[in-house]
Design a protein. Structure first.
Length: 275
Protein backbone atom coordinates (compact mmCIF):
# COMPACT_ATOMS: atom_id res chain seq x y z
CA UNK A 1 0.00 0.00 0.00
CA UNK A 2 1.26 3.48 -0.89
CA UNK A 3 0.76 6.30 1.62
CA UNK A 4 1.44 9.94 0.74
CA UNK A 5 2.11 12.41 3.56
CA UNK A 6 2.13 16.19 3.21
CA UNK A 7 4.07 18.06 5.88
CA UNK A 8 6.18 14.92 6.24
CA UNK A 9 8.99 16.81 7.98
CA UNK A 10 6.71 18.41 10.58
CA UNK A 11 6.12 17.37 14.17
CA UNK A 12 3.19 15.06 13.36
CA UNK A 13 4.32 14.20 9.84
CA UNK A 14 7.67 12.90 11.09
CA UNK A 15 6.00 10.50 13.51
CA UNK A 16 3.55 9.38 10.84
CA UNK A 17 6.41 8.57 8.48
CA UNK A 18 8.25 6.68 11.21
CA UNK A 19 5.22 4.59 12.22
CA UNK A 20 4.11 3.98 8.63
CA UNK A 21 7.56 2.79 7.53
CA UNK A 22 6.18 -0.66 6.72
CA UNK A 23 4.21 0.93 3.85
CA UNK A 24 5.50 2.50 0.65
CA UNK A 25 5.76 6.15 1.62
CA UNK A 26 5.66 9.24 -0.58
CA UNK A 27 6.89 12.13 1.56
CA UNK A 28 5.96 15.68 0.58
CA UNK A 29 7.47 18.79 2.15
CA UNK A 30 7.04 22.45 1.31
CA UNK A 31 10.01 22.18 -1.01
CA UNK A 32 8.36 19.44 -3.08
CA UNK A 33 5.27 21.37 -4.12
CA UNK A 34 3.06 24.28 -3.10
CA UNK A 35 -0.32 23.00 -1.88
CA UNK A 36 -1.85 26.42 -2.56
CA UNK A 37 -1.33 25.88 -6.31
CA UNK A 38 -4.19 23.75 -7.66
CA UNK A 39 -2.63 22.63 -10.95
CA UNK A 40 0.64 21.66 -9.31
CA UNK A 41 -1.16 19.79 -6.51
CA UNK A 42 -3.20 17.78 -8.99
CA UNK A 43 -0.19 17.00 -11.18
CA UNK A 44 2.05 15.88 -8.29
CA UNK A 45 -0.57 13.74 -6.58
CA UNK A 46 -1.76 12.15 -9.83
CA UNK A 47 1.83 11.23 -10.56
CA UNK A 48 2.30 9.72 -7.09
CA UNK A 49 -1.05 7.85 -7.26
CA UNK A 50 -1.22 7.01 -3.53
CA UNK A 51 -3.75 4.67 -1.94
CA UNK A 52 -4.19 7.13 0.94
CA UNK A 53 -3.00 10.69 1.50
CA UNK A 54 -2.47 12.07 4.99
CA UNK A 55 -2.66 15.86 4.83
CA UNK A 56 -0.57 17.03 7.79
CA UNK A 57 0.80 20.20 6.16
CA UNK A 58 -0.64 23.36 7.71
CA UNK A 59 -0.04 26.91 8.82
CA UNK A 60 -0.10 26.41 12.61
CA UNK A 61 0.81 29.86 13.96
CA UNK A 62 -2.33 30.77 15.93
CA UNK A 63 -1.31 34.36 16.66
CA UNK A 64 0.26 34.77 13.22
CA UNK A 65 -3.12 33.88 11.73
CA UNK A 66 -4.60 37.00 13.33
CA UNK A 67 -1.93 39.17 11.75
CA UNK A 68 -1.89 37.33 8.39
CA UNK A 69 -5.39 35.86 8.00
CA UNK A 70 -5.11 35.47 4.24
CA UNK A 71 -2.04 33.28 4.69
CA UNK A 72 -3.91 31.04 7.12
CA UNK A 73 -6.98 30.85 4.86
CA UNK A 74 -4.81 30.16 1.81
CA UNK A 75 -2.72 27.37 3.33
CA UNK A 76 -5.29 25.74 5.62
CA UNK A 77 -8.35 26.41 3.49
CA UNK A 78 -7.42 26.59 -0.18
CA UNK A 79 -4.57 24.14 0.37
CA UNK A 80 -7.04 21.59 1.74
CA UNK A 81 -9.35 22.26 -1.22
CA UNK A 82 -6.54 21.56 -3.66
CA UNK A 83 -5.55 18.36 -1.87
CA UNK A 84 -9.18 17.16 -1.89
CA UNK A 85 -9.57 17.87 -5.60
CA UNK A 86 -6.26 16.17 -6.39
CA UNK A 87 -7.21 13.09 -4.36
CA UNK A 88 -10.54 12.87 -6.18
CA UNK A 89 -8.63 12.67 -9.45
CA UNK A 90 -7.02 9.39 -8.34
CA UNK A 91 -9.91 8.17 -6.12
CA UNK A 92 -7.64 8.40 -3.08
CA UNK A 93 -9.06 8.82 0.46
CA UNK A 94 -7.68 11.88 2.27
CA UNK A 95 -6.96 12.19 5.97
CA UNK A 96 -7.19 15.84 7.04
CA UNK A 97 -5.75 16.93 10.39
CA UNK A 98 -7.95 19.54 12.07
CA UNK A 99 -8.09 21.26 15.44
CA UNK A 100 -9.99 21.74 18.69
CA UNK A 101 -9.83 25.47 17.91
CA UNK A 102 -12.81 25.14 15.56
CA UNK A 103 -14.93 25.32 18.75
CA UNK A 104 -15.60 28.43 20.85
CA UNK A 105 -14.90 26.76 24.20
CA UNK A 106 -18.16 27.86 25.80
CA UNK A 107 -19.50 24.33 26.33
CA UNK A 108 -19.19 22.87 29.84
CA UNK A 109 -18.58 19.31 28.60
CA UNK A 110 -16.22 17.73 26.04
CA UNK A 111 -17.12 18.42 22.41
CA UNK A 112 -18.45 15.52 20.35
CA UNK A 113 -17.85 15.17 16.62
CA UNK A 114 -21.33 16.48 15.81
CA UNK A 115 -21.25 19.60 17.98
CA UNK A 116 -21.55 22.82 16.00
CA UNK A 117 -18.21 24.56 15.30
CA UNK A 118 -17.88 28.23 16.16
CA UNK A 119 -14.23 29.35 15.97
CA UNK A 120 -13.25 32.48 17.88
CA UNK A 121 -9.92 33.07 16.13
CA UNK A 122 -8.77 33.07 12.53
CA UNK A 123 -6.63 29.99 12.89
CA UNK A 124 -9.68 28.01 14.00
CA UNK A 125 -11.69 29.49 11.14
CA UNK A 126 -9.00 28.52 8.63
CA UNK A 127 -9.06 24.90 9.84
CA UNK A 128 -12.85 24.85 9.66
CA UNK A 129 -12.70 26.17 6.10
CA UNK A 130 -10.35 23.29 5.31
CA UNK A 131 -12.84 20.84 6.83
CA UNK A 132 -15.66 22.25 4.72
CA UNK A 133 -13.66 21.92 1.52
CA UNK A 134 -12.62 18.36 2.34
CA UNK A 135 -16.12 17.15 3.21
CA UNK A 136 -17.77 18.86 0.23
CA UNK A 137 -15.28 17.89 -2.48
CA UNK A 138 -14.77 14.21 -1.71
CA UNK A 139 -16.71 11.41 -0.07
CA UNK A 140 -13.50 9.55 0.78
CA UNK A 141 -12.28 11.43 3.83
CA UNK A 142 -11.27 11.20 7.46
CA UNK A 143 -11.31 14.51 9.32
CA UNK A 144 -9.26 14.06 12.48
CA UNK A 145 -9.57 16.79 15.10
CA UNK A 146 -6.89 16.82 17.75
CA UNK A 147 -5.45 19.24 20.31
CA UNK A 148 -2.42 20.59 22.18
CA UNK A 149 0.13 18.56 20.22
CA UNK A 150 3.62 17.80 21.50
CA UNK A 151 6.26 15.68 19.81
CA UNK A 152 9.93 15.27 19.01
CA UNK A 153 10.20 17.22 15.77
CA UNK A 154 8.80 20.66 16.36
CA UNK A 155 8.21 23.53 18.77
CA UNK A 156 5.72 22.66 21.49
CA UNK A 157 4.59 23.55 25.00
CA UNK A 158 6.58 20.77 26.68
CA UNK A 159 9.84 22.05 25.22
CA UNK A 160 8.98 25.66 26.08
CA UNK A 161 8.22 24.82 29.71
CA UNK A 162 11.26 22.55 29.96
CA UNK A 163 13.46 25.41 28.79
CA UNK A 164 11.88 27.95 31.14
CA UNK A 165 12.12 25.78 34.27
CA UNK A 166 15.79 25.25 33.50
CA UNK A 167 16.33 29.01 33.41
CA UNK A 168 14.01 30.48 36.05
CA UNK A 169 13.01 30.06 39.69
CA UNK A 170 9.33 30.67 38.89
CA UNK A 171 7.08 31.04 35.86
CA UNK A 172 3.46 32.09 35.28
CA UNK A 173 1.18 29.83 33.22
CA UNK A 174 -2.47 30.39 32.32
CA UNK A 175 -5.03 28.38 34.26
CA UNK A 176 -8.18 29.43 32.40
CA UNK A 177 -7.79 27.30 29.25
CA UNK A 178 -8.51 23.58 29.42
CA UNK A 179 -7.79 20.90 26.83
CA UNK A 180 -6.24 17.49 26.24
CA UNK A 181 -2.49 17.36 25.53
CA UNK A 182 -1.79 14.90 22.71
CA UNK A 183 1.46 13.12 21.87
CA UNK A 184 2.02 13.10 18.11
CA UNK A 185 3.33 9.53 18.19
CA UNK A 186 0.13 8.30 19.84
CA UNK A 187 -1.93 10.25 17.32
CA UNK A 188 0.05 8.77 14.41
CA UNK A 189 -0.56 5.25 15.73
CA UNK A 190 -4.31 5.88 15.91
CA UNK A 191 -4.37 7.31 12.38
CA UNK A 192 -2.79 4.05 11.24
CA UNK A 193 -5.57 2.10 12.97
CA UNK A 194 -8.26 4.25 11.35
CA UNK A 195 -7.24 3.62 7.76
CA UNK A 196 -9.74 1.30 6.15
CA UNK A 197 -12.39 2.04 8.79
CA UNK A 198 -15.53 4.03 8.11
CA UNK A 199 -15.06 7.51 6.73
CA UNK A 200 -16.10 10.55 8.74
CA UNK A 201 -14.98 12.96 11.43
CA UNK A 202 -13.06 11.66 14.45
CA UNK A 203 -11.80 13.33 17.61
CA UNK A 204 -8.43 11.85 18.57
CA UNK A 205 -6.64 13.10 21.69
CA UNK A 206 -4.87 11.57 24.63
CA UNK A 207 -7.24 10.82 27.50
CA UNK A 208 -7.99 13.14 30.43
CA UNK A 209 -7.83 16.93 30.49
CA UNK A 210 -5.96 19.76 32.19
CA UNK A 211 -5.25 23.46 32.05
CA UNK A 212 -1.99 24.78 30.64
CA UNK A 213 -1.00 25.47 34.25
CA UNK A 214 -1.68 21.86 35.29
CA UNK A 215 0.20 20.66 32.21
CA UNK A 216 3.20 22.79 33.20
CA UNK A 217 3.09 21.52 36.79
CA UNK A 218 3.18 17.92 35.53
CA UNK A 219 6.09 18.70 33.19
CA UNK A 220 8.04 20.22 36.09
CA UNK A 221 7.18 17.24 38.30
CA UNK A 222 8.37 14.72 35.72
CA UNK A 223 11.49 16.81 35.12
CA UNK A 224 12.14 16.80 38.92
CA UNK A 225 12.30 20.59 38.78
CA UNK A 226 11.97 22.85 41.83
CA UNK A 227 10.79 25.81 39.75
CA UNK A 228 7.58 27.32 41.12
CA UNK A 229 4.70 27.29 38.64
CA UNK A 230 2.16 30.03 39.35
CA UNK A 231 -1.35 30.13 37.83
CA UNK A 232 -2.47 33.25 36.03
CA UNK A 233 -5.13 34.36 33.53
CA UNK A 234 -5.03 34.75 29.76
CA UNK A 235 -5.55 38.50 30.16
CA UNK A 236 -2.03 38.85 31.51
CA UNK A 237 -0.46 37.83 28.20
CA UNK A 238 -2.83 39.66 25.81
CA UNK A 239 -1.99 37.58 22.75
CA UNK A 240 -3.44 38.56 19.34
CA UNK A 241 -5.68 35.47 19.10
CA UNK A 242 -8.37 34.55 21.61
CA UNK A 243 -8.21 30.95 22.81
CA UNK A 244 -11.24 28.80 23.63
CA UNK A 245 -11.46 28.45 27.43
CA UNK A 246 -12.56 24.79 27.20
CA UNK A 247 -11.68 22.74 24.12
CA UNK A 248 -11.64 19.18 25.41
CA UNK A 249 -12.67 16.74 22.66
CA UNK A 250 -14.86 13.69 23.31
CA UNK A 251 -13.44 10.78 21.29
CA UNK A 252 -16.92 9.43 20.63
CA UNK A 253 -16.36 8.07 17.14
CA UNK A 254 -13.37 6.01 18.24
CA UNK A 255 -15.55 4.27 20.82
CA UNK A 256 -18.37 3.74 18.33
CA UNK A 257 -15.89 2.17 15.89
CA UNK A 258 -14.73 -0.19 18.63
CA UNK A 259 -11.26 1.37 18.83
CA UNK A 260 -9.44 2.03 22.10
CA UNK A 261 -9.05 5.62 23.16
CA UNK A 262 -5.53 6.95 23.62
CA UNK A 263 -3.78 6.55 26.97
CA UNK A 264 -3.80 9.40 29.54
CA UNK A 265 -1.69 12.36 28.53
CA UNK A 266 0.44 12.01 31.68
CA UNK A 267 1.65 8.59 30.52
CA UNK A 268 2.32 9.89 27.02
CA UNK A 269 4.28 12.81 28.49
CA UNK A 270 6.44 10.43 30.49
CA UNK A 271 7.25 8.46 27.34
CA UNK A 272 8.06 11.63 25.43
CA UNK A 273 10.35 12.97 28.16
CA UNK A 274 12.14 9.63 28.49
CA UNK A 275 13.29 10.01 24.90
Amino acid sequence: MKIAVTGSDGMLGSDICDLFSDFELVKFTLGDFDITDLDTSISIIKSAAPDYLIHAAAYTDVDGSENEPDKAFLVNGIGARNIAMACEEVKCPVIYISSDYIFDGEKDAPYSEWDTPNPINRYGLSKLIGEKFISSLTNRYYIIRTSWLFGSNGKNFVETISRLIAQRDSIDVVDDQTGSPTYTRDLAEKIKELLGRGYGTYHVTNSSQCSWYEFAVEIAKQRSSSTIIKPTTSDKFRLPARRPPFSVLNNTMLRLEGLDELRPWQEALADYLSQ
